[in-house]
Design a protein around this ligand. Structure first.
Ligand SMILES: CC(C)(COP(=O)([O-])OP(=O)(O)OC[C@H]1O[C@@H](n2cnc3c(N)ncnc32)[C@H](O)[C@@H]1OP(=O)(O)O)[C@@H](O)C(=O)NCCC(=O)NCCSC(=O)C[C@@H](O)C[N+](C)(C)C
Length: 261
């Protein structure tokens, strides 16, 4: 893992992955993207980890987007063969395909690729002073790789206004458009994240894993395809150790003990 720009910490059921470039407002360069991908894969393989929390260091920025200063003229997006545009796409896909639930802890502004990371996460908690935006047009770019994660989250008109004016959403607007689950003040951010982690950790990891997979897989199917897929998957979920334990615990009026199998 790229320790100096990405930090990974185990905190009980949570693995917290932090982008550590506060002087550059946690902008995403090649090292950060690689570090995030490696840290997410490691947390996914960690048996103790039930929830992955992604955040940025400091109070100013979650992630200011692609590193505008990382390359020569035109930015890293066209000039640097080591950092093609699809690099951010790999990161978003890694987050979305992660078998464990992910929470974006939005400690400050999230621009461009930062907004993409948020959309790829399952849940999001945002501080009230933050903004989420896609200011790419201001530097002559268009948020191409942000479109796939974002078009699934925001209504078309809101999305297009954000894309073509570059004006970010406030925390209140982000909540109204369901881009985030909760908004808190800075002091309440960690409590809200901890509350969500505890709520998720109390549930069956197997059901969450298969359910998350099902929700993403069904996204691009027709209604009939979704129904057949759900009907196929349900017996698989029902035969897991966790489902058997969940039923037995309910009947015995006791707390279930999940094995994650
Ligand atoms: C984030 C921000 C609102 C924070 O404001 P602030 O007042 O807290 O901080 P600041 O003084 O503006 O910046 C502090 C430092 O952070 C640097 N910085 C800020 N954003 C950066 C960035 N995106 N890349 C590199 N450095 C960045 C600034 O240049 C500056 O460096 P300096 O101290 O050496 O002068 C403000 O810096 C800002 O608007 N930054 C630019 C945001 C932006 O345009 N983001 C889009 C980037 S392009 C992008 O994301 C493309 C993407 O779609 C493609 N892909 C997905 C493949 C990556």
């Amino acid at each position: 893992m790229v320790e100096n720009v990405v930090r990974s910490q185990s905190r009980g059921y949570e693995v917290r992955i932090t982008i550590c470039r506060p002087d550059s407002r946690n902008a995403l360069n090649r090292e950060v993207a690689e570090g995030l991908i490696a840290a997410i894969l490691a947390a996914e393989a960690d048996a103790e980890c039930r929830v992955i929390v992604l955040t940025g260091e400091g109070e100013r920025a979650f992630c200011a987007g692609g590193d505008i200063k990382a390359g020569a003229e035109g930015g890293p997006f066209v000039q640097d063969p080591a950092y093609p545009d699809h690099f951010a796409g790999q990161l978003f896909e890694t987050i979305q395909a992660c078998r464990k639930p992910t929470i974006a802890r939005i400690n400050g502004v999230a621009m461009g690729a930062g907004a993409g990371i948020i959309c790829a996460c399952d849940l999001a908690v945002m501080v009230d002073h933050a903004r989420i935006g896609t200011p790419e047009v201001k530097v002559g770019l268009f948020p191409m790789t942000i479109v796939p994660p974002m078009i699934r989250m925001l209504p078309r008109r809101r999305l297009m206004e954000m894309f073509i004016t570059g004006v970010p959403l406030t925390a209140e607007e982000s909540l109204r458009y369901d881009l985030v689950n909760h908004v808190t003040d800075t002091a309440g951010l960690d409590d809200k994240v901890a509350e969500l982690v505890a709520q998720i950790a109390a549930q069956s990891p197997t059901a969450i894993r298969l359910g998350k997979y099902a929700c993403h897989a069904m996204e691009d199917m027709t209604y009939a395809q979704q129904m057949r897929f759900a009907e196929t998957l349900l017996p698989r979920v029902a035969q897991t150790e966790d489902a058997r334990e969940g039923f037995a615990a309910f009947i015995a009026k006791r707390k279930p003990e999940w094995t994650g199998r």
